[in-house]
Design a protein around this ligand. Structure first.
Ligand code: GDP
Length: 205
């Protein structure tokens, strides 16, 4: 996806956000949904999003940017990828959930350079209650979001189109949902080019 991407900062609360600059594409999902693997697959760098899984970083917004910008016509415009903290730990104490909601909602509501949020859903589980809560938050904040199904290699191939249409049916009344669902497998490299294209379109429109 262009050039080497680098981790620039972890943001534990709003006052540590970088000043608004390049457009931002953010990624959200339940813990273990495959978010790190997807971000690594997207940029083609195995170790990149590991950073965000290291203890202490898990409750932060993690910022990644391309290392330099060539200005070549084929190059991406400057942008940042924002890895949002995972949600839905079974044992999460209420304060933890509240802190997550506050950081994420403040960020979503106040960030004019945020272009789109990708919400990752595990193909085997579909949209769960806490995913729905996050979609409600996004609709309320009026932030454009698109659903990505992850780990499609874990379900039978003919089930994929059905899962896509079931997911579309579930989100069709949601005002901020992008009416297309991407099916991916980081393991098999499926859907990565489609995701890159979708991001290119999102940041150039
Ligand atoms: P995160 O907690 O959302 O960042 O999830 P990770 O990217 O760390 O992935 C969680 C687990 O799911 C790891 O064991 C990954 O190897 C596995 N995983 C991630 N993506 C895929 C995928 O596309 N297919 C399969 N089969 N496993 C995956």
């Amino acid at each position: 996806f262009g050039r080497p991407w680098i981790f620039i900062r972890g943001v534990p609360s709003m006052k540590f956000l970088p000043p608004e600059g390049p457009l931002e594409i953010a990624f959200a999902g339940r813990s273990n949904v495959g978010k790190s693997s997807l971000i690594n697959g997207l940029v083609g760098q195995k170790g990149l999003a590991r950073t965000s899984n290291t203890p202490g970083r898990t409750q932060e917004l993690n910022y990644f940017v391309p290392d330099g910008f060539s200005g070549d016509p084929g190059d991406l415009p400057p942008m940042a990828l924002v890895d949002m903290p995972g949600y839905g730990y079974a044992q999460a104490p209420k304060e933890h959930v509240d802190a997550w909601t506050k950081l994420v909602f403040d960020y979503l509501r106040g960030r004019s350079t945020l272009k789109r949020v990708y919400v990752l859903i595990d193909s085997r589980h579909g949209i769960k209650k806490n995913d729905d809560d996050v979609l409600n938050l996004l609709d309320k904040a009026a932030v454009s979001y698109q659903i990505i199904l992850t780990k499609t290699d874990k379900i039978k191939e003919p089930a994929v189109p059905r899962l896509i249409s079931e997911t579309l049916e579930k989100i069709k009344k949601r005002p901020a949902a992008f009416p297309e669902v991407l099916a991916t497998s980081s393991e098999k490299g499926v859907g990565m080019e489609e995701l890159r294209d979708a991001i290119r379109v999102a940041i150039s429109t």
